[in-house]
Design a protein around this ligand. Structure first.
Ligand SMILES: Nc1nc2c(ncn2[C@@H]2O[C@H](COP(=O)(O)OP(=O)(O)O)[C@@H](O)[C@H]2O)c(=O)[nH]1
Ligand SMILES: [Mg+2]
Length: 312
């Protein structure tokens, strides 16, 4: 399969994945517009309600509605059938501001990515998918199994490592995650590795010890190598809707998150959360996931996203 075919395939999956969100937002708005020609207060209230129920988040909906009302007031928007495009453009601007792909600096060796997030959001799977993308670019990638909380977590990363051909640095189950990270970084430097990706545990984000553990891993790496970690990637699960936004807030309060990977956009009606997330968090969205397979992750593309969301 060529790169273009792969890209086209991914867009189809993104579109299929966002079908429920599309149904919940765009379809409803278009249906509403069909039944009415002029934009009045009742129409605007109905639009607001649709947006609120589609996981965009109250603050973001307020902002969108303010902009729409302003346009209506200035007579820049009067026909209901124009609303689709206005909303699409507004949402595109919000998303486009956060479209900042992760660039690996070749001079930075290894480029260290620390992955954090709540249990089950897709950290380990996302690490494997990212490693696969980088390997495809000819980079030498190493993985660190610093989720030592569950034995199965170490095994899971090893299986992925075998499959994609990456060395996995591990300690025993229950070992100090910082020690794993330390050893991995030491080994990565000795072996001239390009990218080191560190997996971590994700027990509930409300539990202080986990946050302390992550802070310690972070401290260990930054002491060992100036500027590291070069990316602290927060992995969020789109199916959790507004919860993903509160997780982002909590993690940001503890460590310096530099990017987001949003997983499980396949088949959720809560895909709208990405709009609220990008709007409120002001963090770059690096990757989006649309499935469990190794190829089901791509760099976030705002244009693709709005097209998938708004067009039939
Ligand atoms: N449908 C879907 N499932 C995913 C996606 N990413 C991860 N998963 C699944 O989510 C579950 C938890 O993933 P895992 O990587 O173990 O999460 P972790 O606990 O954060 O490391 C696994 O069953 C994954 O296959 C995605 O984009 N779409
Ligand atoms: Mg994991």
């Amino acid at each position: 399969m060529s790169k273009e075919e792969k890209k086209g395939g991914f867009f189809k999956r993104l579109k299929a994945g966002l079908a429920k969100t599309h149904q919940a937002v765009t379809r409803k708005i278009d249906e509403l517009a069909l039944g009415k020609r002029e934009i009045d207060e009742e129409f605007l209230n109905s639009i607001e309600e649709i947006l609120i129920t589609s996981d965009l988040g109250v603050a973001t909906v307020d902002k969108l509605m303010e902009s729409i009302r302003w346009k209506v007031g200035r007579k820049e928007l009067s026909d209901t059938d124009k609303l689709h495009d206005v909303l699409k453009n507004e949402i595109y601007s919000i998303l486009a501001a956060r479209e900042q792909p992760l660039h690996i600096k070749p001079a930075t060796k290894p480029f260290v990515i620390l992955t954090v997030g709540v249990n089950g959001t897709g950290k380990t799977t996302t690490i494997a998918k990212i490693a696969h993308i980088f390997k495809d670019q000819g980079l030498n990638v190493m993985l660190a199994a610093a989720d030592t909380f569950r034995a199965a977590a170490i095994e899971q990363l090893e299986i992925w490592g075998d499959r994609i051909g990456c060395k996995v640095i591990k300690h025993q189950h229950g070992a100090d995650p910082s020690a794993v990270a330390f050893d991995a970084l030491k080994s990565a430097r000795a072996k001239d590795v390009d990218v080191l990706i560190i997996d971590t545990a994700g027990r509930l984000h409300t539990k202080a010890p986990l946050m302390e553990e992550i802070k310690k891993v972070n401290r260990t790496i930054s002491k060992q190598m100036e500027g590291a970690p070069h990316e602290t990637l927060l992995v969020l699960d789109a199916t959790t809707g507004q919860n993903a936004i509160s997780q982002a807030t909590l993690f940001s309060e503890t460590i310096d998150i530099t990017g987001i990977a949003l997983t499980k956009l396949d088949g959720t009606a809560k895909g709208g959360v990405i709009v609220g997330l990008t709007d409120t968090m002001q963090l770059p969205v690096r990757f989006v996931g649309v499935g469990e397979k190794i190829d089901d992750l791509r760099e976030f593309n705002a244009r693709d996203f709005v097209e998938a969301l708004f067009e039939d």
